[in-house]
Design a protein around this ligand. Structure first.
Ligand code: IPM
Ligand code: MN
Length: 354
């Protein structure tokens, strides 16, 4: 924690800049109440700039980002840019270059928020997914042979390293201990089919577990996890899972907590001096862009996570409490256009509730 929180803001595409504006409004308001200052630098990155100049993430900007403790990201994805270009060139590049090996995705049903699960309450839906964020099929290892011919071969290799598994799993055990709820860590994988890669993960999990006798360890295959998450979400405390499976199950989990308007995540490099990045889980929502109707709650939640990660715990708690007050007593719905308020009004009432 420092008396000045220095962060970079990448609004990005579509509704991204609208939601980061509300996140920053709340961040500035809470900083004022808690007595620290915020120095924010906005970076113009995303689909529009790429279409105009061909630049995605120039080295000079990447270097400049090293000087910040945190990044707040809005959304990446543009309807006129082919899939993969911005995702790989910007979002995944930032995750990899800054070695943000933890993707932390809390799944908490806030008061007043509707879940599609019948008879499940805020008590039942309260767990955390810790997704490994640098390995697996995301590593970009693979290629084509005989591309475009009937003999074409494509490979996309999943990479798992002992060191990569160890650092992510050790962090997951530490997190489960600090969270201090049920102290149960469920590893989610597919050891019955991925008999090399997930065997390495399983052995690493058992080895690291020996250092944490106070944590109950548990294992689910990923398909069974999807079933349990719907049937008995209260079963989960903390889940550790791989990059690809984590991507998939956190969309499922995100819907249980009220959808993309609410779900937030952090791409964390926990090492000293590490640059971490926080974002709403939803995309750029082109059809809602510029209408002032998108839900900024997920981004404001991402701001709370950013604050906690940067050491401003009481500011983080204040923001989370304000969010719960607003979802619990003010908002009609978490869906874009149905909140009972505009995007900017939600930002204002969260500030008023701090
Ligand atoms: C996410 C997103 C990204 C991912 C995409 C946009 C590359 O779906 O953050 O979950 O697959 O990790
Ligand atoms: Mn995803």
């Amino acid at each position: 924690m420092t008396s000045v929180l220095k962060l970079a803001v990448i609004g990005g595409d579509g509704t991204g800049p609208e939601v980061t504006a509300e996140g920053m409004k709340v961040l500035r308001a809470v900083a004022k109440k808690e007595g620290f200052s915020v120095e924010a630098t906005e970076l113009d990155l995303g689909g529009e700039r790429y279409l105009k100049t061909g630049e995605i993430l120039p080295d000079s900007e990447l270097e400049a980002l090293r000087g910040f403790h945190s990044i707040l990201l809005g959304a990446i994805g543009h309807p006129d840019v082919a899939p993969g270009i911005l995702e790989r060139g910007l979002l995944l590049k930032l995750r990899f270059v800054f070695d943000q090996y933890i993707n932390l995705r809390p799944v908490k049903l806030f008061p007043g928020v509707e879940t599609p699960l019948k008879n499940k309450t805020t008590e039942d839906i309260d767990f955390v997914v810790i997704r490994e964020n640098t390995e697996d099929m995301y590593g970009g290892v693979g290629g084509f042979m005989h591309k475009g011919t009937p003999l074409e071969v494509a490979t996309q290799t999943a990479i798992y390293t002992r060191a990569g598994c160890e650092r992510w799993l050790r962090w997951s055990f530490e997190f489960t201990r600090k969270r201090n709820k049920r102290k149960q860590l469920t590893l989610v994988g597919k050891t019955n089919v991925l008999t090399y890669g997930h065997d390495l993960i399983w052995r690493t999990f058992q080895d690291v577990a020996k250092e944490y006798p106070d944590i109950t360890t548990d294992y689910n295959h990923v398909d069974a996890c999807c079933m349990w998450m719907i049937k008995n979400p209260e079963y989960y405390d903390v889940i550790a899972t791989t990059n690809m499976f984590g991507d998939i199950i956190t969309d499922l989990a995100g819907i249980l907590q009220g959808g993309m308007g609410v779900a937030a995540g952090g791409n964390i490099n926990p090492e000293p001096g590490g640059v971490s990045m926080f974002e709403p889980m939803g995309g750029s929502a082109p059809k809602y862009t510029g209408k002032n109707i998108i839900n900024p709650i997920a981004t404001i939640s991402a701001v709370a996570m950013l604050l906690e990660n940067a050491g401003y715990q009481s500011a983080a708690d204040r923001v989370t409490k304000a969010i719960m007050h607003v979802t619990g007593t003010k908002m009609k719905s978490q869906s874009a256009g149905k909140m009972g308020y505009s995007t900017t009004e939600i930002g204002d009432i969260v500030c008023d509730s701090l």
